[in-house]
Design a protein around this ligand. Sequence first.
Ligand code: ARG
Length: 432
Amino acid sequence: MSELLWQKPGVEVDARIQAFLAGDDVVLDREFIQDDITASAAHARGLARIGILTGDECEALCRELGVLSGDLHSGAFVLDERFEDCHSAIESRLVERLGDVGRKIHTGRSRNDQVLVATRLWLKRKLREVQAVCREVAEVCLQRAEAEAIPMPGYTHLQRAVVSSTAMWWAGFAEAYIDNAVRAGQAHDWIDANPLGTAAGYGVNLPLDREGSTRELGFARMQVSPIYAQLSRGKFEIAAVDALGAAVLDLRRLAWDLSLFTTAEFGFVTLPPQYTTGSSIMPNKRNPDLVELMRATYASIAASRTELEQLLSLPTGYHRDLQFTKGALYHAFGRGLGALGLLPNLLRGMAWRTDRLAKAFDDGMYATDKAVELAVAGMPFREAYRLAAVEPLPKAGADAQASLDARVSPGGAGVLGLEALKQRLAGIAVQA
Ligand code: ARG
């Protein structure tokens, strides 16, 4: 390992202890180092504005940070166990290239605000990605809701209940993903606060230009209190994971539907062949492994959320426990966005089997229509209910389309309300 930033003369470094302290941190930090570089350049420019660095020094630091960023992209520089974490790697590289100028970068900052600002920039980007994919899912669902209104059974308790339609199924997930896009945007805005300049969690004896770094890094506001900046580590991560979780929770139910609907027993849906896999032994099999892993993804989100929450049993101030929040984030967003990212094309490519849908109706599914019809004609509903249980067919008979057309309260199959959903989708502000 390169020399530790905080190494004290005469204290020997124990390799096993260091390995435990670092854990998988330095590897995880590959995910966050570009944001750390961005924030480091903003910090350097802020130091120049208050006269701690000369213009030339600041320029040299920013240039080297840019070179490091490029080297990371190209693979010429690899963040590995030589370093304790990405913060040490950046500083060590600046010192290696610029000597004493490199040794000035850490004036007025701590790794505690450094890790906060880097993860926050990362989280904001991930939430924008969640929002974008949710919008795309909603768009696909709306298009398909408009294009196909095939009658399909509506289930409660997995028992046939009433007539529904593919358009209603699509509209349901369209509205869900509009909500999920809104939620991602709200979480983004909620955490959009700059912690850089709060140092170790108690401020620093310099007039740091925190407003300047807030603007430069694209934050909507400054996180004012250094104590709160530390308190918000983990708390903001939970808010972001919850927003991601809302989208993945709906995905779990959608995937459940697809895994049922693709069975021979239901046979309502066929998936594009590339979304299914074969069996190693059973030549007859096409398995919906992809939708099953989509369904499983929520387990990883829930596990990450629990890990974050458990880590926060802490008094105020920075504690090394917080290092583990990065692994939780990385796994949650890695799996969550991985699954969500495949959803739009899966939805575009799936096909309904009209023949199988038509065969899945029975007369009992009209009984509710019949009871309401009798009630409209003046019979007390409870009496109509008893009668319809025995004679379920309404005047229109076992006519699924007539049943759907008559569903005229807003949101029902006769008045899906897709225009309102489209307007709401179009009105979602896209975060910069
Ligand atoms: N790897 C550490 C983390 O993620 C960086 C901050 C270290 N700060 C410290 N005071 N030891 O929290």
